[in-house]
Design a protein around this ligand. Structure first.
Ligand code: ADP
Length: 275
């Protein structure tokens, strides 16, 4: 725990100046008494969380505790699974996305997602990024070129790919593919980026690049990241939610969670006593 706190302090000292300018952050997602069942399996139990814009929120907890299920409810991806039943509210920017009238296609233009395993399309780097904007009706070549460049720059991969935009994205390394997936997300100008263990399939150098990128991206986006890596949560997040058996045991400033958790179960988990 001491090492985590020391590492965390270093990170905080370099980001304090940027943060001090921000006075109040608006909520992006509020979940109210959110419950989810897979058939009889009660996977999320009365989750009440308020997540804020321009922050990185880490979701931590042992395998099977509902982390992935939770973020997949935030873009309503989880409801593609037939046995799923959900109750409660998920308020995104003041609208309940679980209301029948809320269109899931609208939600997906605001909430992008990056998965554990990089999943670029089997297309050129350019087409991977232009795909979303094209679906949204953008046809002008010059405008598309601008979006592609801006998104690739935003995902810190422009310099590595600018001379090979028309090559297949499958030819890139895993770490580069993951940044292409982040760029693909940025191309639709989302409000929130959900990340489900985005670095767990990557080597340490690629992981570091993504972690640095997350710090940059939070200036313009809100990021919710599932990670089983506690050092990563301590390094990059502002707030941390600790999940256990489908419940939120503790949600607080990351600094507090990793230095002085309120709940014994949080302390046991972050000190490696279980999980
Ligand atoms: P985590 O991301 O923390 O590892 P998950 O959200 O994947 O946890 O899983 C939470 C619980 O929901 C587990 O008990 C898991 O078995 C169950 N679960 C997850 N996905 C499905 C599914 N597609 N069908 C049935 N049960 C599932």
């Amino acid at each position: 725990m001491v090492e985590l706190v020391a590492e965390r302090k270093q990170m905080v000292s370099f980001s304090t100046q940027a943060k001090s300018a921000v006075v109040t952050k608006k909520p992006i997602f509020q979940t109210r008494d959110l419950n989810l069942w897979y058939g009889e399996d009660h996977a999320l139990k009365s989750i009440n969380l308020e997540l804020h814009e321009n922050e990185v929120t880490a979701i931590i907890g042992p395998s099977g505790c509902g982390k992935s299920t939770f973020i997949k409810t935030l873009n309503r991806m989880v409801e593609l699974i037939p046995v799923v039943r959900i109750s409660g509210d998920i308020v995104y920017r003041e609208k309940n996305i679980l209301d029948k009238s809320y269109k899931v296609e609208d939600l997906r233009t605001h909430v992008g997602m990056v998965f554990q395993k990089p999943n670029p399309f089997p297309k050129s780097i350019y087409e991977n990024i232009a795909y979303g904007p094209k679906i949204h009706g953008i046809r002008n070549k010059k405008f598309l070129d601008e979006i592609v460049e801006k998104s690739l720059r935003g995902a810190a991969i422009w310099d590595e790919v600018k001379d090979r935009l028309h090559e297949n994205a499958y030819g890139l390394s895993g770490g580069q593919q993951q940044r292409i997936c982040i760029a693909r997300c940025l191309a639709i100008e989302p409000d929130v980026i959900l990340m489900d263990e985005p670095t767990s399939a990557l080597d340490p150098i690629s992981t570091l690049k993504i972690e640095e990128l997350v710090q940059e991206l939070k200036k313009d986006f809100s990021i919710i990241i599932v990670t089983h890596n506690m050092q990563q949560a301590a390094r990059i997040s502002d707030k941390t939610a600790f999940f256990l058996n489908g419940e939120v045991i503790e949600f607080d400033e990351t600094n507090k969670i990793f230095s002085n958790p309120s709940d014994k179960r949080t302390e046991d988990y972050i000190t490696g006593r279980f999980g």
